[in-house]
Design a protein around this ligand. Structure first.
Ligand SMILES: [Zn+2]
Ligand SMILES: [Zn+2]
Length: 219
């Protein structure tokens, strides 16, 4: 069985989460690339945040996920689970890493700031770190090279348990968004390198319209 077929098979465990969630999980695994402990926890947190706010997986640009994991720690994969479940993706600039090294996300709606913070219960984080998968990762084995059997049971459990067993939900509150500029739909050709560039990222240097790298100005 190839990797993608394997991902399809194990995604069936998410069907208990409701219609379509097994397909979202399958897509998440394909994009993420491997089975691990943190991605499914982020997936559960993201899904529950949507449910509590009474909103759908983001098709446009109308909500933002503030994820508390960050860089230089063992479970950065959590953020991928959050973005795949919520649809608040990196490319849409709808996911921000707060880098607290904590397994939680605040999801906020842009229109009125309605927000909720969902976190993983300490026992569930501890259980992930106590597993065989994490000890393999600790001794330097890349995630896709760890025997999938070492994580499979934990993965299926994470994806199928009732929300209240693994997750904690805050009261709904209001998040204050700072105003942001409107996106530019205009494109300009850099007069030095000739590459197309979004107009609002262009600079003027010696009378020429140039892209940022050609300008050698800071961003
Ligand atoms: Zn991962
Ligand atoms: Zn240029």
């Amino acid at each position: 069985m190839n990797r993608f077929e394997y991902f399809k098979e194990i995604s069936g465990s998410a069907s208990v989460l409701g219609e379509g969630w097994d397909r979202v999980l399958e897509a998440s695994l394909i994009v993420h690339g491997h089975l691990c402990g943190a991605m499914p926890l982020g997936f559960r947190v993201g899904r529950l945040a949507l449910k509590v706010l009474g909103t759908e997986r983001e098709p446009n640009m109308s909500k933002v996920a503030f994820v508390e994991t960050g860089v230089f720690h063992a479970a950065g994969c959590f953020a991928d689970g959050v973005q795949f479940a919520t649809g608040c993706t990196y490319g849409k600039d709808l996911i921000k890493k707060l880098d607290y090294g904590k397994w939680a996300v605040t999801l906020a709606l842009k229109k009125d700031g309605k927000a909720v913070r969902v976190s993983v219960r300490p026992e569930a984080v501890e259980a992930m770190f106590a597993g065989k998968f994490m000890s393999e990762r600790k001794r330097g084995v890349p995630p896709a090279e760890v025997n999938p059997e070492f994580i499979l049971e934990g993965f299926k459990k994470t994806i199928s348990r009732p929300d209240e067993e693994i997750l904690e939900v805050s009261k709904i509150f209001t998040y204050n968004f700072s105003p942001t500029p409107k996106p530019s739909f205009n494109i300009v050709k850099c007069e030095v390198c000739g590459e197309m560039t979004a107009e609002n990222k262009m600079r003027i240097k010696e009378g020429k319209k140039v892209c940022l790298p050609c300008s050698e100005y800071g961003v």
